[in-house]
Design a protein around this ligand. Structure first.
Ligand SMILES: Cc1ncc(COP(=O)(O)O)c(C=O)c1O
Length: 406
């Protein structure tokens, strides 16, 4: 274990205060280097990109570098596979819009009941045009999305399956390569919401085998900004949703209507540099090895935090953990949700707030899951969502605050 927690925490100015932040799946703290880069962009290169004059060329180059950095972050084959946007919700809306031309009445789309609404709602809009929507439900006992159930839903009319890489409530990591195989055998495409996964593990879109992959930078130590990776030939096949004079081949720009946010694109690169720096501190070489090594250390720290919290929760008879009980790195991320008998989850969180520990209750916009689990009437689940900058001492502080509240 090589993660230098003193170094890590110094990179996040907000962590020097007295609050414990454990609502990171809602939004992480931001790195000072990200804020510095945003400021620097605005103060030194804030002109429109694409012109011939030198300052414009500089800002163009900064945005180009950001696209390249995101390509490296997800191990894309080409920076042209990176679409940038305001949020994951907006990018999936735009992706859905760009599929309009190819979807015919009688076609089918499969969504899950474990996803955030961002990867469900945008697909439902095609129902009005005669596209059938099917729901891949998790096993109500195990809370697992089972491949056999997916196989049973796929037909030759299935065009797309939309699934989350990690559930923002259960923390469960879904086996995307296995899902991608099943989906592709049926001739459909796979769209993956990676928002709840991206802060925790290295992403390799080529190994994952999906077609579209979307996440938000503000959960990965950056600003409110988001990125979609799409397989080059898949992006090329989408409708142009920008001005009429953009061609279908104008990838990714035909999928980025309006100017993207240049300063946030430039700022986000700071988060990628940070993960790579962690990897270099662990002895890895520049580039992809550094990203992977950085996330290996992040994953190990998160595993230790998760284990400590899960051990406590498992020791309490009244607690039901919603998600996998193990803390294995391949099994789950450090997002842990639970309920205490029939207790109202808000009451539990209200008892923790005065201890200056930020956790949260609710459905987290994965409302269909919380409804299906029958938890709406008790104000959803209590969710503790940790990232690598949290410490074992903080988990102990949380446990001490939770103990009398349970
Ligand atoms: C799993 C998941 N998907 C999508 C979103 C939506 O992201 P954004 O706020 O960037 O639209 C969230 C936000 O909490 C999320 O947790």
């Amino acid at each position: 274990m090589t993660l230098d927690l003193d170094f890590v925490r110094r990179q996040f100015p907000a962590l020097s205060g007295d609050w414990v932040f454990m609502d990171n799946a809602g939004g992480s703290q931001v790195l000072s280097r990200v804020a510095d880069r945003i400021s620097d962009y605005l103060l030194t290169s804030n002109v429109q990109t694409g012109a011939t004059y030198e300052p414009s060329q500089r800002s163009t180059e900064r945005v180009r570098k950001a696209r390249r950095a995101f390509a490296g972050f997800v191990n894309a084959a080409d920076a042209g596979e990176i679409v940038m946007g305001a949020s994951t919700t907006m990018l999936i809306r735009l992706l859905s819009e760009a599929m309009t031309g190819r979807l015919q009445p009688g076609d089918e789309i499969i969504v899950t009941n474990t996803d955030h609404e961002s990867n469900i709602g945008p697909w439902l809009k095609h129902e009005a045009r005669g596209v059938a929507i099917k729901v891949w439900r998790c096993n109500p006992e195990t809370l697992e999305l089972e491949l056999d159930d997916l196989r049973g839903l796929l037909t030759e009319r299935t065009r797309l399956v939309a699934v989350t890489h990690a559930s923002n409530i259960l923390g469960t990591i879904n086996d995307i390569p296995a899902i991608a195989d099943v989906v592709h055998q049926a001739g459909a495409e796979l769209c993956v919401d990676a928002v709840a996964y991206a802060p925790h593990r290295a992403i390799d879109v080529r190994a994952l085998g999906c077609d579209y992959y979307i996440f938000s930078a503000y959960k990965v130590f950056g600003p409110h900004f988001a990125v979609m990776w799409g397989r080059k030939e898949k992006l090329a096949g989408l409708d142009n949703i920008y001005h009429y004079f953009f061609s279908k081949d104008s990838v990714p720009h035909k999928l980025e209507p309006g100017n993207i946010n240049y300063e946030l694109a430039h700022g986000s690169v700071g988060a990628i540099d940070y993960v790579a720096e962690l990897g270099r501190m662990a002895g890895a070489n520049e580039g992809r090895p550094a990203i992977e090594a950085g996330f290996a250390d992040i994953a190990e720290q998160e595993r230790a935090l998760t284990e400590r919290l899960l051990d406590f929760l498992k020791s309490r008879n009244s607690i039901r953990i919603w998600g996998r009980p193990g803390s294995g790195i391949a099994e789950r991320v450090a997002t842990v949700s639970f309920t205490a008998g029939e207790r109202n989850s808000k009451e539990i969180v209200d008892r923790v707030d005065p201890h200056k520990i930020g956790i949260r209750h609710g459905d987290f916009y994965a409302r269909r899951l919380v409804e299906d689990l029958g938890l709406m009437q008790q104000a959803g689940v209590v969710r503790v969502s940790m990232v690598h900058y949290n410490t074992l001492d903080e988990v102990d502080r949380l446990i001490a605050a939770l103990e009398p509240a349970l």
